[in-house]
Design a protein around this ligand. Structure first.
Ligand SMILES: Nc1nc2c(ncn2[C@@H]2O[C@H](COP(=O)(O)OP(=O)(O)OP(=O)(O)O)[C@@H](O)[C@H]2O)c(=O)[nH]1
Length: 350
């Protein structure tokens, strides 16, 4: 007879909403529970894995952090996710819980559907889909269509899709959720939070289960104890794409572009970060993150930007033999000017 099914929590949420930060907190409070982590990022640079691996948290052994960087997990389910899961399940020391961080651009629905594949279904169940929302970004209207503009365009073009890719993805991630974390409440007022709650609820016909949080600080009992079995309820979580194409055509991420910029050493990190702010604003960069080599400093500098908000801090020493590189991943909409951004970033680093 098979052991009890291993619960798996799917953590989704738009770029920079705070998924990795929440997972770090969750691992710090694991209390002896063995948690395996599957991390998927959009873009070729494994920043989230790089931040969690070797983070010194006891519950986070390097072999339990698995990175899937061959594209967005929702598009590579069969080739990447299923083999990774079966390998994990074949290990003699199986984890107590599996946490899957999807890329900020993933549609969670195809991933949840993968839990109905026979080789997975008998061994694992989806404890729940947790969607992290950047409540400050929602409050600033960053996921709302500019309806006046869209209406004006619609007059010209009847076939225009009313939703922007950002808004559509945002809604798909909401519709897939068993629990919604309204994160970054430190940046907004109580009244703004109420408005965000109403906005989010208005995007789903199901009553949503929402909790506010700051830096994803919530109890593991809540996050890992939902007990939903979401794989049996996928019919109620359909994405825009599924509803539009019931036939189940492949979807893609053509609306978004990601590229890595390699730079030389950065002698003046403060001024570099200030200049990056202008690059982000001038070119509508959605997300920028990576590691920076500051000459003379034994530690590597992390740079994290979500829209116009940018953070930098030294996270750990460069390992002996590790190449001290400055590499940043940049993500924006498909028409983002990659050449202009690369050259502006080079100028900022000089
Ligand atoms: N002020 C504030 N900042 C936060 C909070 N949670 C996360 N951040 C910051 O937001 C940035 C993005 O956080 P991450 O945890 O990397 O977000 P993510 O969802 O994993 O990002 P992607 O994997 O790129 O989609 C970092 O600079 C975090 O320090 C929060 O509650 N409040």
């Amino acid at each position: 007879m098979l052991d009890q099914k291993i619960p798996a929590t799917v953590i989704t949420g738009f770029l920079g909403s705070g998924k990795t930060t929440m997972i770090r907190n969750l691992l710090e409070n694991a209390n002896g529970k063995r948690i395996a982590l599957i991390i998927n990022e959009f873009g070729d640079l494994g920043v989230d894995g790089g931040l969690l691996k070797g983070c010194g948290i006891e519950a986070c052994r390097d072999e339990d952090v698995i990175e899937l960087n061959n594209g967005c997990i929702c598009c590579t389910v069969a080739d990447d996710f299923i083999p990774t899961m079966t390998k994990l399940l074949d290990r003699p020391d199986r984890p107590d819980h599996i946490v899957i961080e999807t890329s900020g651009l993933a549609l969670p629905q195809p991933l949840v559907a993968a839990f109905n594949w026979p080789e997975i279904k008998t061994q694992v169940t989806v404890d729940g889909v947790v969607t992290v929302i950047d409540a400050a970004a929602v409050s600033e209207g960053r996921f709302a269509d500019d309806h006046d503009k869209v209406d004006a365009q619609r007059v010209q073009d009847e076939s225009l899709d009313h939703d922007s890719p950002l808004e559509e993805l945002f809604e798909d991630q909401i519709r897939a959720a068993d629990l919604i974390i309204l994160n970054k409440t430190d940046l907004i007022s109580g009244a703004q939070l109420d408005a965000v709650k109403n906005d989010v609820q208005s995007r789903s016909i199901r009553a949503l289960n929402m909790v506010p949080a700051s830096f994803g600080k919530l109890s593991n009992q809540l996050l890992l104890g939902l007990g939903v079995g979401t794989e049996d309820d996928i019919a109620n979580r359909k994405s825009h794409h599924e509803m539009e194409h019931e036939a189940g055509e492949e979807h893609d991420h053509d609306e978004f572009e990601s590229f890595v910029v390699g730079l030389g050493p950065v002698a003046e990190p403060k001024s570099f970060v200030e200049k990056l702010k202008s690059v982000i604003a001038d070119h509508d960069v959605l997300r920028l993150k990576g590691f920076v080599n500051v000459p003379g400093k034994p530690m590597r500098l992390v740079v994290q930007a979500v829209g116009s908000r940018i953070e930098h801090y030294f996270d750990r020493s460069w390992h002996p033999g590790e190449e001290r590189q400055t590499r940043l991943v940049v993500i924006g909409l498909h028409d983002i000017d990659t050449a202009a951004i690369s050259s502006a970033m080079n100028a900022a680093a000089a």
